[in-house]
Design a protein around this ligand. Structure first.
Ligand SMILES: Nc1ncnc2c1ncn2[C@@H]1O[C@H](COP(=O)(O)OP(=O)(O)OP(=O)(O)O)[C@@H](O)[C@H]1O
Length: 701
């Protein structure tokens, strides 16, 4: 068998076509590879067009369309209603002209003036036959039309007299109608009295020619070669696969690109494409469709919106006024460029949000926290390091909340995150102890999250401007390590971390977080490094580019991690007062469910959770000391770590050791003056035993 293979054109099976171009390697003998008896694949792709249009099937779309039509009708009624007297005056003034026009045109019709040029022509040509035919035709017409006119005049006058006798007011109404109609006929054709209430700019309809023109404008040599041959037998595989149709507020065109060209090649040149389409950049959304029923890597779906996405009126957020959330299920948080709702599943995810300043990161983070607030089981931690109180609306539902970047704010957050670290440990232990049947995937399930006795409810932690704590001189490393732990282990244990930053670089988004985040939201960024830091390595190269957004694209982002392909989403706009409205509803739900805790009740984090108090005690109580007064332990601890223990008294030691099972009793000691006394203190052996117990527990977890 020769190594030369020949292919036949799909539409001409009898002609063997050498696969290797002749100038590259001339085949000696061509072997036809297309077997005419080869059976067709079993599956045939059919694309059924919807019986009902989308807006009739979807309740939200129907309501939106009906509301839009109602609004326009209402506006037009108001506009014209207000102008009615003016219309009537103008039309009355124009009625004499209208009457003249009416008389003139009726007379023209009555005397068959429209055929006069033909009769004149026949006379000039001295064509007796034609003239006689036309004259006969005119005679018949004039007779008939005259009769109609006389009958109309007699009946009209009779009707008017009858009205005058029977119902004079109706006669006036008819007369007024007649005057207005004559006024209507008397209008100047280019200046009608009644103009449109809404001026509409007609957009050019998207046609195949325009799409091809735009593709030709992006400067791709393979597309240009295909366009040259377009319509011939060989169009290099390029062609429309369905007709261009309306889809939401725009047009959708589907076509196959030339062999070897991918949608990414087009997406990269979006600006040139928009120029070729003569549309604003925000209207033009090319994408691929590799997973569609008959899709493949060369299929381009081009959506051309009527208006840029940032100018299109967003549908209202469905959860603004009603509805509860189950964090385990997708929740609508915005819409795509077709204004179709877009959903996100917050559970089992760690989330990063990045962009340059003032693009809508905080709004997006707050929106996610609002979604979490509407699941009454969820425990919320909201930290805003900008210090402007952007998350303030959430205070009534937050278990832990802080706004600011001062040391005391960072310390508060540290304590709160230490609580979460302990919680991660506890949850891991609980999940391990559960039977497989209840916890088949070793992760929190909706049923487990709803079982209050297990304490596996969703926890959602949001950090806005997360670069601030990570860069903190003293606590940065510990905060980063806890957040990395939340990103890595949190999702399976029901803890969702949300990290938003306006400076997406390695310092602001440590690799442990950026590499392990499941959901990524990237609003406008300036360069490919920032793009890939938020959306993942290779995103920019793959055409997922948040650099293409303009500064006016507020709240518009690339979302990756939900569904197979990254998508562009315009997040719902929820400002402060709207957020308060949602929180008021969430708070009510939580009160009913019994989940108003921590900050919402005016309580802060425990300062001792998560720090190594026992370890610190063993450091300050020497092995040679059998027992020590608590007041001495407190003083030594404050010396060891002033940031943590400053201001501690003996009682603080007592209460902090209680959860560890270390009893404080009266122990013998001597004062600085050498006087022997009994005071409250601890035995070192008890602290050692507690450390041993704790370490054993941790190993078991
Ligand atoms: N989804 C949205 N739709 C429309 N406009 C939005 C949306 N989200 C935010 N905006 C607008 O963008 C502005 C900036 O939003 P936001 O404060 O969230 O930006 P940011 O990226 O967090 O800024 P910074 O980095 O300075 O904190 C807001 O004042 C708001 O008017």
């Amino acid at each position: 068998m020769t190594d030369t293979v020949a292919l036949a054109k799909a539409d001409d099976a009898s002609t063997p076509v050498p696969a290797v171009p002749e100038e590259v390697g001339t085949p000696s003998t061509a072997v036809p590879v297309d077997n005419p008896k080869l059976t067709a694949p079993n599956s045939t792709d059919e694309k059924r067009r919807p019986i009902l249009p989308a807006w009739l099937k979807d309740r939200t779309e129907f309501v939106t369309t009906a509301r839009h039509a109602g609004n326009r009708a209402g506006y037009a009624s108001l506009y014209h209603g207000l102008r009615l007297p003016w219309y009537a005056t103008q039309l009355t003034l124009m009625s004499p002209r209208g009457a003249c026009r009416f008389v003139a045109s009726t007379s023209r019709w009555l005397w068959d003036r429209e055929a006069a040029p033909l009769r004149d022509y026949a006379v000039r040509q001295e064509d007796v036959t034609d003239y006689l035919t036309l004259a006969r035709l005119r005679g018949n017409r004039v007779r008939l039309r005259g009769l109609v006119t006389v009958v109309a005049a007699v009946f009209g006058t009779g009707f008017a007299i009858w009205l005058y006798v029977m119902a004079p007011s109706y006669l006036y109404a008819f007369a007024a109608g007649g005057v207005l109609t004559l006024g209507y006929l008397g209008q100047e054709p280019d200046a009608p009295v009644i103009g449109p209430a809404v001026m509409r700019t007609e957009l050019q309809k998207l046609t195949g020619t325009i799409v091809l023109r735009a593709l030709g404008a992006i400067g791709d040599s393979r597309i240009n070669a295909a366009l040259k041959d377009f319509g011939n037998k060989s169009s290099h595989g390029m062609g429309f696969t369905s007709e261009i149709c309306r889809d939401g507020p725009g047009y959708r065109a589907e076509l196959d690109l030339p062999f070897g060209v991918t949608p990414d090649d087009v997406m990269e040149k979006r600006e040139a494409l928009a120029s070729g389409l003569r549309r604003k950049l925000g209207c033009v959304w090319p994408s691929g469709d590799p997973d569609g029923p008959d899709g493949h890597e060369g299929r381009l779906v081009l959506y051309v919106g009527d208006r840029p996405m940032n100018e299109e009126k967003k549908p209202a957020w469905p959860l603004l006024k009603e509805g509860q959330v189950d964090l385990f299920k997708p929740v609508v948080f915005g819409n795509d460029y077709r204004m179709s709702p877009m959903a996100v599943t917050l559970m089992f995810a760690a989330i990063v949000i990045g962009s340059i300043p003032r693009m809508g990161k905080t709004f997006l983070l707050r929106l996610f926290l609002l979604i979490a607030a509407l699941d009454p089981r969820a425990e919320l931690y909201g930290f805003d390091f900008k210090g402007t109180g952007d998350l303030g609306a959430l205070e009534p539902v937050c278990h832990r909340y802080r706004s600011g970047e001062e040391d005391e704010d960072i310390l508060y957050v540290l304590h709160a995150l230490r609580e979460i670290k302990e919680e991660l440990r506890r949850r891991a232990k609980v999940i391990r102890s559960l039977p497989r049947a209840r916890c088949p995937e070793s992760k929190v399930t909706p049923a487990l999250a709803s079982d209050k006795s297990l304490g596996l409810h969703p926890i959602v932690v949001g950090l806005d401007e997360c670069q601030v704590p990570f860069e903190h001189e003293k606590y940065g490393a510990e905060l980063e390590s806890i957040c990395t732990d939340i990103t890595k282990r949190g999702p399976a244990l029901g803890i969702v971390g949300l990290f938003a930053t306006q400076r997406p670089d390695a310092k602001s988004l440590p690799p442990g977080i950026s590499a392990n985040a499941v959901l990524r939201f990237c609003l406008k960024v300036m360069n490919h490094q920032a793009n890939d830091m938020v959306l993942g390595t290779g995103a920019y190269k793959g055409g997922i580019r948040a650099t293409m957004f303009s500064r006016r694209d507020l709240g518009i982002c690339w979302m990756s991690g939900e569904g197979d392909d990254p998508r562009i989403v315009s997040s719902a706009f929820i400002d402060g007062p709207m957020a308060e409205q949602v929180v008021a509803r969430a708070r009510k739900m939580r009160e009913e469910y019994g989940n108003v805790t921590g900050h919402a009740l005016g309580e802060g984090p425990s300062e001792t959770v998560g720090m190594d108090l026992l370890g610190d005690i063993l450091k300050v109580v020497g092995a040679d000391e059998e027992q020590v007064w608590n007041e001495r332990v407190a003083a030594r601890l404050a010396e060891l770590r002033p940031d943590v223990y400053e201001g501690w008294k003996g009682e603080n030691v007592t209460s902090a050791l209680k959860p560890w099972g270390v009893e404080t009793t009266q122990v013998w000691g001597t004062t600085d003056e050498g006087e022997g006394k009994n005071r409250r203190g601890i035995k070192r052996a008890d602290a050692v035993a507690a450390v041993t117990r704790r370490n054993a527990d941790r190993v078991a977890a």
